[in-house]
Every structure is written in C-alpha cells, then in structure tokens.
Design a binder for this molecule. Structure first.
Ligand code: CR1
Length: 811
C-alpha cells in the first residue's frame, strides 16, 4: 500500500547515498548532485516493487498493454514518484532536518521534452493512470538524445536552442543491455523456399542498428504497482564496430535517436523520421515476441495476452512488422498472422489536420524497408480484392493503403486494427462523418470515442497543494482514490467561507506566479488582476492571433478613452512554434512586440499586461495552471481534436472561455452552460461556410469599424519593432480570406470577453462558478479514460486487490 520508511531511516540512507556517489558530505553538494542522490535513492525504494510487479504479471500470465508512442512528456518525476509511493512527506521532512529544501532539489531535475504537446503529455498521463489502476501497461518509445528545442526570444523572435536533457545523467532510467534487439534497414531482400517449404527472406547489404532499451519505472498511486516505460536508443552493433572507420560513418546510426521532430502537425516526407518510426516499432514488437518465445505462449493466443496500441499514425508500421515476425520468423500462414495482428492492434487518431496525416513516398519505403514494403503491398492487395466486390471502385480506391505513389499510414492503421478511436466526442463524430467516412462505412463496428483525460495527481494534488488541502478539508480524501467523489464539493457552492477560502487559494497561487513572472520576465503584474491563460502549441487553428486581436482592441480602446472600465488583466501565453512554421513565428513576434508596447505604456497601467513565457513545457504549465482565472480554448470549431489544457485549467478552478470544439463541448455539458463562456461558430456552421464558400473576410473588414481599427493597427506603425509580421497577419486575415475564421468569430469573442469582465467584478459569484468547475472536473480524470480503453479496446483488468489504490466506483 505505502512505502514504510521513517524520517530517520531516510536521513541516514540519503547521507549514505550522497557519500557513495560523490565521496564528500552532502553539505558540500550542489543542487544537481543532491537531486541526483535523492533520485537514485527513491529509485532504489522503487526497485523492489518494480521487480515484483513484473514477476506478478508473468506468474499470472496477465494480458499486457503496450502503448506505442513516438512521444512521451513525463515532466519532472521526482515529486510525482515520491508522491505516488507515499514518501513525499517523509522526504520533505528528512531533507528539512538536513537544512535542505525539497522544492529546490526538485527544480534541479531536467524536464524531458520528449514530445511536442498534447499527444505526448497524454501518453504520460496514461502511463500514470495505467500504473495507478494496477493495469499491466508498458510504454514503448524513443530515447531522444535531444528533446524538443529550448525556446528563447531574441528581440521578440523565437530562437531554437538544443535541449540536451541528458547532460547531467538521468537517474530514472536503467540501461537494459540484456534486452537489446537488431533493427535492419535498406539493402536487398528476396524470398527463398527453405527445406520445410517455408518462403523465408534473405537479406544482403542491410544497415544493422542495435536498439538498446532504457527502462523507466512508472509508479502507481499507493498500490505497489510499478510499470515500465521503455525508450529505445540506437547504437552500432558491437560485432560491427570494426566496419566503421570514421565518426562520419557512424552518423546514419546515431542520428536515428538523436532528435525529436519539432513538429506535431506537419511532417515533411523526411527519411529520418521514417527511420525513427520503424526503429521504435521494430524494437518494440521484437521484444514483445521474444517474451512469448521465452514463456512458450502459443502464438495464436497472442491477442489474449497482448494489446498493442498505435498512438497516432507514427507507430502504424507495427502492423506490417508484427506480420513480418509472425510469417518470416514464426512461420505462420498469412491468414493466421493477419488474424493475430488485427486482433492485437488498436489505433487512436489525434488530429484531423490533413497535413498531419502521414503519407510516405512508396519509393522511400521500398528502399528503406524493402521487406516491410512487400508486406504492406500484400495487405493492400488483399484489402482491395476483398473490398472491391462488396463496395465498388470508389470506396475501395479511396480507402486503399497505396495511393498515387504514397503509403497512407492512417489507412494502414485502420485496416490493421480492430479498434479506431477519436479523442473527444465531436472529434470522433468528425472522423466518422468526414475524415475517415469511407472506413466508417466499411467497418462501423471498429469506431469508438475515448475522450481524453488528465492525471489529477500531477495536475491538482501536486501542482496545487493548497486547493487540494481545501478540498480535503471539505469533503475528505476519498476523491483522491475515487475521483467521482469530487462532485461532493458542489455542495459548498453557496458556502461563503469555502468560497472565500477558494479565492484566497487562487490569490496565493497568483502571487506565486507573479513572483515568477517578475523573476524571469522582469514584468510587474498585479496578483489581483484577472489572469487569462492560453498555453498550447502555436498554430493558426488554435488562434492565438484571435487572442492577440482582442488585446489590441482593448489597447486601442484604452488609448482612446483612458477611463474605460476594463477589469485589469494579465494575458499569459506559453507556446512553441515549429521551427519551419513561419506564420506561427510571426504571430509570436507580433504578440511580443505588442507586449513591449502595452507593458510600458503609462496610459495602460495595470489594465493590460502581456506575459509571453519562453520555453513552455510541463514544468511551466505546473506553475501557470493553478494561478489561472480564465482558460482560453478558442480554436476554430472542428479543428482541435480534444485539448487537454482545457481539462487541467478547469480542474484548477479556471473558467473556460471556449468555442464549441473538442472536449470543450463535454466540459460545457458537465459544468453547465452558465459556468463557462461560449462564443463563436459551431463546427456545423464551419462546415457549412466551407462548403458553400460564402465567407468573405474582406467584407467584414469593410463593414466592422472596430475590427478595421484593430487590423489597421497591425500595419500602421502602432505596434513598434515589427518588420513585415504585421503585414503578414493582415494579409492572411484580410487578403487571403482568413482560413480559420478569426474575423468571423471576433465580434462574439469580444462580447464574451466583456462578459468575463462583468463576472469578475462579482468575486463571490466568480468563486462559485470556479468551485463548480473544480467539482465537475472528475470525469476528465485519465483514470476513467484508461478504464474505458481497458474495458472496450484492450480487454485488460486491474491486477491489484479491490480495495487497494485507485478504484473507480462510477463517474
Ligand atoms: C490534438 O491536437 C489533443 C492531443 C491528445 C493532439 C489535441 O487536441 O488533445 O492530440 N494531436 O489527444 C496531435 O498532437 C499529432 O496530433
């Protein structure tokens, strides 16, 4: 249930640990060293549970889930691991006896940015929930040597620096040399019949790459469960080292796991990316099958013992790779292999952005992965043969895997999986009615929705301890194990004392953030101002520029009439733009320049402040979210698959300002229309406007005076220090007809923002709505999301006894 370690024991062991690593006393240690010692000690505490969990799974031959994902964003792990173990308080106390501050040491941990955004963070929330539910869930990904670039602003422009997160070692990982695999690329391959009459492939001139696993324990919440996250690293096979004579010659191997692709919405057809995908997939599938060989599991039982989850299309090569191993190495027939593969695999789609649906040139695939390509071709041929007579030409060609010289990875994933899901109700509807419509006709039974979730453990219990304490005081601690209990907190919506406390907690969090803003940005903000937060990747469809236009609008109004009655606001942004996404970077520059203007204009004072944090990531999110009053979720309806910052902000008492997009719709349903601010086009209206091509942005510019003032301010020198960025925005919005309907939604956005002001003036009503948001956030616990994946898709169950750890009575 709980780790039993006394403060005394901890203090002794910590001192020993430090000394054994550094050969001097902890009193002389730097924060990094102290953190390393502490991390290793915690890992030591974890290790016996890690071992026992693994043994338990094997002994009981339980079904295991393998979550294949090119991205994981675990965030700093010391605090959350210690917390889940039940050791956090002991450690804090022990350290303070030694005159050390836990918070300071925890800050010394590198935050591994092994993902781009929501997709990677979701994978990590899922790892936490799998372990906390006591389910056998393994992560499978890449140990990128450099994470997502570190963002800096120079003169308001985004600059990308390498993120060398492994510089000071990573205490959580264990290099597992016993479990390496060989992954083959390129060369020639041909099939020959062996003496048993099997067609077996022969390879020549392949590039052989050693895949080395680094395992990281994933600790469940007080349930003795420790699962495994396995990240693969590419190396030269020892026996081939002599073939490499220069550093340059080793590049093609080392580069495979060197950097994370800094783009979550648009992959240029880059060979290296495809290499990364196959590398991760092949190593992962090989290690799964090796496990079965070792324990002699009949191959046909594989789907009863394993679920492989394809997180977005990036790992879709799981399908042909599993086929390859079952046919070439296990000598099963095509039909047997297909039955197993299809029952084992399931796929989640995370985006409808067409440019993000991966397609690889056939020639590239053929050359890099000749055997895999042969198998894909065969899957495609059989698919076409079966589908044509039943559904005819049109549907068959539209759903084929091979189309116009490319391999369509989404089609491969759908055809090779027994389950296909979207990540919010609206998103799944759009998949069924639009993006994957033809597949929905072929395989309606495969489609299902699994609305995303977040782990409250990291995003509330740990990020917002004062709120957590307040909830504990009011409703007891049960909600931590049974999130649905949080709804009991609703009973306090009219309780003045509780509302005041809630306001105090928020103010305290805002003060803390204000200090941080002062420290890193040098900007003074008033903690009593309304903190308005938009934190997510920078993308035109997310419409940070709509936010920008509204701020500019307020600025112009204040300039015109300095006594205008706006509630003082701090607009807070955190966002990285893909390095090659020029337009997104232009938006960043304009926001930064506007910030310079607004923050230094004495006419404005505290009425408006703009804070654009550099290098947004998990650790920064943990600081910002507890301090937010307004959660900006303003994507063009239909474009945001789900969103997850919306859930985190709501759970911390921010009120959502939202379009009816992604999971915002479900947030509205749970918290009630009166307790958030909705504006803008619905997704139906967006589809109609697109279909009838009736939208004319220029007409809006011509007819709406307020809008014209704002747009003109982009180009008339109002905003200082711009090159052509203001013109670029103006052009895209006015002359190129505003692809994401920013101008169309502007008026209703401004109106909603004014309502926000009005409500904020009534602090107790604001607090009441905030409380209702917190109390309605439990359905977005990733524990529930994972329970639904487990029941409907993976068919796995908890391995801990009923009354231990998290239990989900209902929602
Ligand atoms: C979506 O854009 C969603 C996350 C997690 C993102 C976001 O709305 O919350 O996935 N998609 O499901 C993505 O990163 C590559 O696609």
């Amino acid at each position: 249930m709980f780790m039993e370690v006394t403060v005394k024991q901890f203090v002794r062991e910590f001192k020993q640990q430090f000394q054994s690593m550094y050969a001097y006393s902890y009193e002389e240690g730097s924060n990094e060293q102290l953190y390393n010692a502490l991390g290793l000690l915690v890992k030591n505490y974890i290790s016996s549970y890690w071992k026992e969990t693994r043994e338990k799974y094997i002994k009981n031959s339980v079904k295991q889930v393998y979550y294949f994902s090119m991205e994981f964003l675990p965030g700093r792990q010391l605090r959350s691991k210690a917390y889940n173990l039940g050791l956090l308080d002991v450690i804090k106390e022990g350290l303070s006896e030694l005159d050390l501050s836990f918070d300071q040491l925890a800050e010394a941990e590198a935050d591994p940015a092994l993902g781009n955004g929501g997709l990677g963070r979701l994978a990590s929330c899922f790892m936490d929930s799998l372990a906390s539910l006591g389910m056998a869930g393994n992560g499978n990904g890449i140990r990128y040597q450099y994470g997502l670039f570190r963002q800096k602003f120079v003169d308001g422009y985004q600059v990308e620096l390498p993120e060398n997160w492994l510089r000071y070692r990573n205490v959580w990982e264990t290099r597992n040399d016993k479990s390496t695999c060989m992954v083959r690329f390129g060369g020639n391959v041909w099939l020959e019949e062996n003496h048993q009459g099997h067609l077996v492939p022969h390879y020549e001139n392949t590039l052989n790459v050693l895949a080395v696993p680094y395992d990281t324990p994933m600790v469940g919440y007080r349930n003795d469960t420790v699962n495994n996250l396995r990240l693969w690293s590419a190396e030269i096979p020892v026996e081939e080292e002599a073939n490499y004579h220069t550093i340059e010659e080793t590049e093609p191997i080392k580069e495979i796991t060197q950097v994370l692709y800094p783009d979550d919405s648009n992959y240029e057809g880059r060979l290296l990316r495809l290499k990364q995908e196959y590398f991760m997939v092949s190593a992962g599938v090989q290690s799964i099958i090796r496990h079965f060989r070792k324990y002699n599991v009949p191959r046909k039982n594989i789907p009863d013992k394993v679920a492989i989850h394809i997180n977005d299309t990036h790992p879709a090569l799981v399908v042909p790779e599993l086929m390859r191993i079952l046919i070439d190495e296990e000598h099963l027939s095509w039909e047997q292999a297909w039955e197993i593969t299809f029952k084992t695999c399931s796929y989640t789609n995370h985006t409808i952005l067409r440019e993000a649906l991966e397609k690889w040139p056939i020639d590239m695939m053929k050359e890099l992965l000749p055997r895999i390509y042969m198998i894909i071709e065969e899957i495609n041929n059989r698919f076409v043969e079966n589908t044509m007579p039943l559904y005819g030409e049109r549907i068959t060609w539209q759903t084929a895997i091979l189309q116009n010289g490319v391999v369509n990875m989404a089609h491969l994933a759908v055809i090779g999986s027994h389950s296909v899901n979207g990540v919010a109700r609206l998103h799944t509807d759009i998949l069924m009615n639009d993006v994957l419509k033809d597949f929905f006709e072929l395989y309606p039974e495969r489609f299902n929705n699994k609305t995303n979730g977040i782990t409250q453990r990291r995003w509330v219990h740990l990020a917002n301890p004062d709120l957590t304490q307040l909830i504990d005081d009011k409703i007891g601690e049960n909600w931590k194990l049974t999130p649905s209990e949080l709804k009991v907190f609703k009973g306090f919506e009219k309780d003045k004392k509780t509302l005041n406390k809630l306001t105090d907690v928020k103010l305290k969090n805002k003060k803390r953030l204000a200090d941080h803003i002062k420290e890193v940005k040098g900007i003074t903000v008033d903690p009593n101002a309304l903190f308005d937060v938009q934190i997510k990747r920078l993308h035109a469809y997310k419409r940070q520029h709509l936010n920008l236009l509204h701020i500019l609008h307020r600025y112009l109004e204040i300039k015109e009439n300095p006594s205008v009655d706006y509630v003082p606001r701090v607009f807070i942004f955190g966002a990285k733009a893909a390095p090659s996404y020029h337009y997104a970077k232009q938006i960043i520059k304009v926001i930064n320049s506007l910030a310079d203007l607004v923050n230094n204009d004495p006419d404005v004072g505290d009425k408006l402040k703009i804070v654009f944090f550099e290098n947004y990531g998990v650790s920064l999110a943990e600081k910002i979210i507890p301090a937010a009053d307004i959660s900006e979720q303003i994507s063009l309806a239909s474009m945001e698959a789900s969103g997850t910052s919306n859930m985190k902000l709501m759970a911390n008492g921010a009120l959502t300002l939202a379009t009816l997009d992604g999971a915002n719709i479900e947030i509205r349903d749970f918290v009630g229309e009166d307790n958030l601010f909705v504006f803008g086009l619905s997704s139906k209206e967006v589809y109609e406007l697109k279909a009838n091509q009736s939208y004319r942005a220029r007409e809006l510019y011509g007819s709406d005076q307020k809008l014209r003032n704002v747009l003109d301010a982009l180009t008339n020198g109002t905003i200082p220090n711009l090159q052509d960025e203001g013109y670029a925005l103006f052009d895209s919005l006015v002359n190129f007809n505003d692809e994401y309907f920013v101008l169309k939604d502007f008026a209703s956005y401004v109106e909603a923002q004014n309502k926000v002001d009005d409500l904020y003036k009534d602090q107790s009503e604001w607090a009441r709505k905030s409380l209702l948001n917190i109390a309605s956030s439990a359905p977005f616990s990733a524990d529930y999301t994972i329970q639904r994946y487990a029941d409907d898709i993976w068919k796995v169950r908890s391995c801990v006894v009923e009354d231990e750890g998290v239990h989900l009575v209902d929602e």
